[in-house]
Design a protein around this ligand. Structure first.
Ligand SMILES: C=CCO[C@@H]1O[C@H](CO)[C@@H](O[C@@H]2O[C@H](CO)[C@H](O)[C@H](OCc3cn(-c4n[nH]c(N)n4)nn3)[C@H]2O)[C@H](O)[C@H]1NC(C)=O
Length: 135
């Protein structure tokens, strides 16, 4: 499984605010994930670009997690990532959906849990975090 990376708890990010994660995708990345929610068992969004893992190639898998149980996966059509890329991922949300903004793409995922604030951020896998910013 993906080794644990950055974990930030005790956040209070509200609707309309942005979480920016800047970092570098490793040159031999199999995959990485950015998780936001209440805690590790209660995720509004698991944003999981897969270069080659879990049987997926160049596919972004999004999901939610409620009480430790994964929801229905949502596979995106675009894959705007390459090995070694330096990227900034901007995550925001409102009562209906989470938005993931990248330089050349934007993805939506339903706010299935109706979460009103993000208290938890975790980055896993083959991604080296350079900076995080809350705005
Ligand atoms: C075809 C076989 C059955 O379906 C597969 O079932 C797998 C297991 O549930 C699915 O992979 C999980 O998909 C989840 C999102 O729905 C997550 O991506 C999960 O990985 C999360 C994860 C976290 N970590 C981790 N966190 N911290 C550490 N150390 N490791 N390791 N793995 C993956 O293991 C995988 O996406 C799914 N594939 C399909 C096509 O449905």
């Amino acid at each position: 499984s993906m080794e644990k990376g950055l974990v930030v708890t005790q956040l209070d990010v509200e609707a309309g605010e942005c979480i920016k994660v800047k970092g570098k995708i490793q040159s031999d990345a199999k995959g990485f994930a950015v998780n936001v929610g209440k805690d590790s068992n209660t995720l509004m969004l698991h944003f999981n670009p897969r270069f080659d893992c879990h049987g997926d190639v160049n596919t972004i898998v999004c999901n939610s997690k409620e009480d430790g149980v994964w929801g229905e996966e949502d596979r995106k059509a675009e894959f705007p990532f390459q090995h070694g890329d330096k990227i900034e991922i901007c995550i925001s949300f409102d009562e209906t959906e989470a938005t993931v903004k990248l330089p050349e793409a934007e993805f939506k995922f339903p706010n299935r849990l109706g979460m009103e604030k993000i208290e938890y951020l975790a980055v896993e896998g083959d991604f080296k975090v350079k900076a995080i910013k809350f705005s």
